[in-house]
Design a protein around this ligand. Sequence first.
Ligand SMILES: [Zn+2]
Length: 188
Amino acid sequence: MKKYLHLLLYIHLTASLSACQPHLPVKQSTSTNKHTMSDKQAYYSRTDTSQLVLKDEEWKKILPDDLYQIARHANTERAFTGKYWDYEGLGTYYCAACGNALFKSDSKFASGCGWPSFYESIRPTSVKYHEDKSYGMIRVEVVCGRCDSHLGHIFDDGPPPTGKRFCMNSISLDFEGDEEKAPTGNAK
Ligand SMILES: [Zn+2]
């Protein structure tokens, strides 16, 4: 009987964790996740919005392995393991591969799915959409509008005003807090 209950619990957990996306193990980078602009490769820019097209071997050379696997091969980090799924800092989320501005923290919401979730992108052109038929499902993949790196998927079960849920990988995102951008000193 106990064994049966365990099995039921296992099925329940597996089903709820699979709700967002199939998740494959992603080797987490051992380096610190706190990036500074000087850590970034030469193509990274938070001001250049022109298209960035690089060959796969170039991406492999310049990105950490965990980001490369997600950004360029549509892998998915495990739910509840990323650095931003329950993060509540105020600021802006950028593409970790190229620096393109993607989401503001005020569009982030607690979806409970284990991945950072937003109801809208900063600009309509911040992201692009592709139909994704992998894993026997039909979903809409979200990629970076500048460099085409995989970010996650979008679903129709988000909150108002858009009703959308951008279900993103933490590894694909770089966060910069508003206070980090503010001029020195408090303007009060
Ligand atoms: Zn990008």
